[in-house]
Design a binder for this molecule. Structure first.
Ligand code: HEC
Ligand code: HEC
Length: 239
């Protein structure tokens, strides 16, 4: 059962770090990334907040290496998804635009809610011990040296329904990754639910709204700030 109107804050809180060696930070254009994102916003939201109850995953704050890897997998038809495919074709999303939009989305800190999950938080915390080595201590993602296909995405702050769907895709072999296919086989629906109930508790963070305001202002000035105001006002993270 979900209690969707609980107002707590989201953030992946990952440092905005350079990961893949092939990316020259001087060439990254966050403003271009913001422009490219206009197309993506139709589904993922203006600030990559995701929506429609997790049909569209949250992208804001996700590790850049993860975003790029997923976009390439959609493009190369390794990860099959009909809605995403046309947006990742080379002529729609050239490599530079892909890097810019991924950098932009990854740099965003947003303050909108995701649905609450009812479950055994204590049991979830225990079960999550098996996930930590790849997804980070608090599920905020983890890089592994030199192996970008081994980086574990941030799970905290992501829509639970999206994560459940991905787990089921790994289980059925629709989405492929050697690290996850086995894990997905071993985990029951109830166990996953408890893990998600635990991850949701990690999002509460008093004072986050103010931090987000400051951070966004520092990075982008007032444009992004007013967008974030709009989103907060309309509560679109709940849709
Ligand atoms: C028509 C709707 C639509 C548009 C437009 C769209 N996406 Fe998506 N996107 C989706 C859906 C649906 C998924 C979830 C796929 C799944 O369930 O496996 C997704 C998944 C993703 C993921 C994977 C996230 C993860 O955590 O694994 C990334 C990255 C992504 N989209 C980036 C983008 C970018 C960047 C753009 C713009 C260039 C874009 N999307 C445009 C619908 C869309
Ligand atoms: C050995 C490393 C490893 C372990 C252990 C692991 N994962 Fe993962 N997980 C990954 C990697 C790598 C990916 C990204 C796969 C890809 O690129 O498609 C991933 C992806 C996922 C996704 C999809 C996220 C998204 O944004 O699309 C979910 C959900 C997930 N893992 C849950 C779990 C849970 C829950 C556990 C513990 C029970 C766990 N994982 C344990 C490495 C691991």
């Amino acid at each position: 059962m979900t209690r969707s109107i609980l107002s707590f804050c989201l953030v992946f809180f990952l440092p905005f770090v350079a990961i893949a060696q092939e990316i020259n930070e001087d060439d990254v254009d966050l403003y271009n990334g913001r422009d490219v994102n206009i197309v993506c916003a139709a589904c993922h939201g203006e600030l990559g907040q995701g929506g429609n109850k997790g049909e569209y995953p949250r992208l804001a704050g996700q590790m850049r290496s993860i975003l790029i890897r997923q976009l390439r997998s959609f493009r190369d038809r390794k990860r099959i998804n009909i809605p995403m495919l046309p947006y990742t074709e080379e002529r729609e999303l050239p490599e530079e635009d892909m890097i810019d939009v991924a950098s932009y989305l990854s740099s965003l800190r947003i303050d909108v809610t995701i649905p609450y999950v009812e479950g055994d938080v204590k049991a979830g915390k225990k079960l999550f011990k098996d996930c930590r080595k790849c997804h980070g201590k608090e599920g905020r993602g983890k890089e592994k040296k030199g192996e970008s296909n081994k980086h574990g995405p941030a799970l905290t702050g992501q829509y639970p329904s999206y994560l459940i769907r991905q787990m089921s895709n790994f289980k059925k072999g629709i989405r492929k990754h050697e690290d996850m296919e086995e894990t997905a086989q071993d985990i029951t629906d109830e166990e996953l639910n408890d893990i998600l109930a635990y991850l949701v508790t990690l999002e509460r963070h008093p004072g986050l709204a103010e931090e987000v305001e400051k951070e966004n202002e520092r990075r982008f000035g007032t444009v992004i700030n007013s967008l974030s105001e709009t989103i907060k006002a309309s509560g679109s993270g709940e849709k």
